[in-house]
Design a protein around this ligand. Structure first.
Ligand code: GDP
Length: 298
């Protein structure tokens, strides 16, 4: 899937600009390593990860002459090495319903991602129920209903402002009664009041555990890749609010600053289950570390 990677290749452009292919091979020395580090940082990789990538790349190669193409390939190799362990699809369990809690800040692409995932699961022959748990955002509930229609999946809603936990409980009851394979629960993303949000998420988890002590089986954090280094602090925050089991990175189409994915993988090691590559229902792709690394450096 060529769409499964950022098209922008910011790192590739930066590398190309400082060392055009027509330029002679350059010696890999401290000055060159430093400029590579700066490029990686400019591509949103963060300082620690940039240093690790360049150090690994330089090992055993100091003093050697390298072409721009060779530099790109070596960097891609190091980036793919970091990304390979985290490229894992969302695990599917025998448990029915498998409860998937979806968290993330407003605007990250939660609603869209739930719609896309629901369509994929439906396409794989699974029955899905969605609970519109962001009961305080009427627009979010409406959007989710639109996505439910597109995916052919029922969306359970509750009156505006009502308790998301009681909706989650009702949705569990329905999913169990219907023998649904998956229950996906949308949640609020108001980070302005963290204590509130933490209590809200904890309550949802408490009530669904009354029905199934092993739920939720997945807690997906949806992150907008274009927010760059912000994505790192969002992971740290949501790990305190919920037991995040995996990531979906959205908006990797267009001018995504994809370098932050490398920093995320390096720092947190959370699985990246899928990436959003557009606004349409089938614009959700598996995360391919080789494609990603090639596109980032290409
Ligand atoms: P929510 O507030 O987290 O539920 O976010 P939404 O699902 O409503 O998405 C916010 C905006 O991002 C919408 O305009 C979506 O169409 C857009 N969006 C979501 N995922 C992607 C993606 O992968 N690529 C692009 N280009 N846009 C996306």
């Amino acid at each position: 899937l060529p769409a499964a990677a950022p098209r922008s290749g910011i790192l590739g452009r930066l590398l190309g600009r400082t060392a055009p292919d027509s330029a002679p091979r350059r010696v890999l020395d401290d000055a060159m390593l430093e400029s590579l580090e700066e490029l990686l940082i400019a591509a949103d990789m963060g300082v620690d990860t940039a240093l690790r990538v360049t150090a690994n790349m330089a090992e055993g190669r100091m003093g050697k002459r390298l072409s721009t193409q060779e530099i790109k390939e070596l960097l891609a190799q190091e980036i793919a090495r970091i990304m390979e362990p985290v490229a894992r699809p969302m695990p599917i369990y025998a448990k029915r319903p498998q409860v998937v809690l979806v968290v993330g800040v407003n605007g990250s692409g939660k609603t869209t991602t739930i719609g896309k995932l629901a369509a994929q699961f439906k396409g794989a022959g699974k029955s899905v129920v969605i609970a519109a748990g962001d009961t305080f955002r009427a627009a979010a509930v409406e959007q989710l209903q639109v996505w439910g229609q597109r995916a052919g999946v029922p969306v359970m809603t509750a009156p505006e402002g009502s308790d998301p936990a009681s909706l989650a409980y009702d949705a569990m009851t329905r999913a169990e009664a219907e023998g649904a394979d998956l229950l996906m629960i949308d949640t609020a993303g108001r980070l302005q009041n963290r204590a509130d949000l933490m209590e809200e998420l904890a309550k949802i988890v408490r009530v669904i555990r009354k029905k199934d002590p092993s739920a939720p089986h997945n807690t997906l954090l949806v992150l907008d890749a274009t927010t760059g280094q912000n994505a790192l602090s969002q992971v740290a925050t949501f790990q305190k609010l919920a037991d995040v089991s995996g990531l979906v990175m959205t908006k990797l189409d267009g001018t995504a600053r994809g370098g932050v994915l490398v920093a995320l993988a390096d720092k947190f090691g959370l699985p990246i289950h899928a990436i959003g590559v557009g606004e349409q229902i089938d614009d959700l792709a598996p995360f391919d570390p080789q494609d990603f690394a090639a596109a980032l450096t290409g």
